[in-house]
Design a protein around this ligand. Sequence first.
Ligand code: NAD
Ligand code: DAU
Length: 344
Amino acid sequence: MAETRRLDGKTFLVTGGAGFIGSNFIRYLLQSYPDCKIINLDKLTYAGNLENLEDIAGNPRYTFVQGDIRDGEVVSSLYEKSDIVVHFAAETHVDRSILEGGEFVLTDVHGTYILLETMRNHSIELFIHISTDEVYGSRKTGAFKEEDALNPSSPYSASKAGADRLVYAYWVTYGLPVIILRPTNNYGPYQYPEKFIPLFISNALEDKTLPLYGKGDNRRDWLFVEDHCRAIDCVLNKGNMGEVYNVGAQNEISNIVIANKIVELLGKPESLIKHVPDRLGHDFRYSVDCRKIHSLGWKPAMDFEEALRLTVTWYSEKKSWWKKIKDKSRDFKSFYEKYYRDRK
Ligand code: NAD
Ligand code: DAU
């Protein structure tokens, strides 16, 4: 097993830190490493939200920079002040990539390229790339190992696969110090309410229908966001350079079962669940073999039922957070109008 790195006193550059996982991770880092500093580089796209970090905005160890990962000058100036990079920034919603994939290629592939290329002229100690389990594609049974071939099938996952392999190429070609994580579906506080779990919880709270794609038998492996943060921490400490680590929770559940659990937890009628036309090219199931990261000492800590209850409670208590997005963001409404109009 690799030795534990010294992380206290380091400056972390987090990209996409105003999004769901990035904001949870910044909070986690500040709590876990009392001497670390954090720079958050985020463009504040529709998915970036500074309210996700309101409680730590005044922390002297935290700095926010609004900017684009594709801006080499900004990236270079921030690399000057940073030791470690954790790269979350991306376009992330599969349905949006089906409507229009261009921004996914530009951000996820080209943005990652700019971060890597700029790194060649700086002495960054470690670059953690947050990829996704979707890069392997779907499989009916069994689980993907890190060395398996990639077979992505949406414009989102294909862009993420491009980024993933670019990161690897910069390790092989230039010896840049990189590690790649391939996590499964995250859920928890501060997830943008276009994604399955927060959309269904918030719709149910408003007595609106829950649009279940197809038969609802597609399956995902659900990873609580705090468990994911701990996995990143584990790899920051003990991961081997140039390696890929799958991160999953072995919580494989079909969408219809989750939809039923959500209405049950909220005391809402099952009739709110409405089957709608399926997502184009809808991947049936993702599954990853996580023995490699288990051997570094990480295992998920949260039980799914308990973490889902916690998540439902969080959205029930934070109505103002998601209502502002759903009611006031023009982007949120126009996306859904266009999405369902195109599929009628
Ligand atoms: P998110 O959509 O909630 O947040 C993405 C953030 O990136 C936003 O704050 C946005 O403003 C920022 N961003 C987008 N383009 C940018 C650019 N050009 N420059 C700077 N910032 C930019 O995403 P998330 O769900 O938190 O996902 C974070 C990362 O984890 C992504 O790389 C995603 O592919 C990966 N991932 C997510 C999940 C999941 O279930 N959410 C699972 C596996 C992997
Ligand atoms: O697997 C990791 C990936 O998980 C991440 O890389 C992506 O960034 C993230 O968005 C997520 O992708 P999915 O497509 O799996 O997540 P989403 O929340 O969009 O959908 C989860 C499942 O729920 C999927 O089978 C589609 C279904 N679904 C989704 C929505 C939004 C519905 O049935 N109805 C919906 O309205």
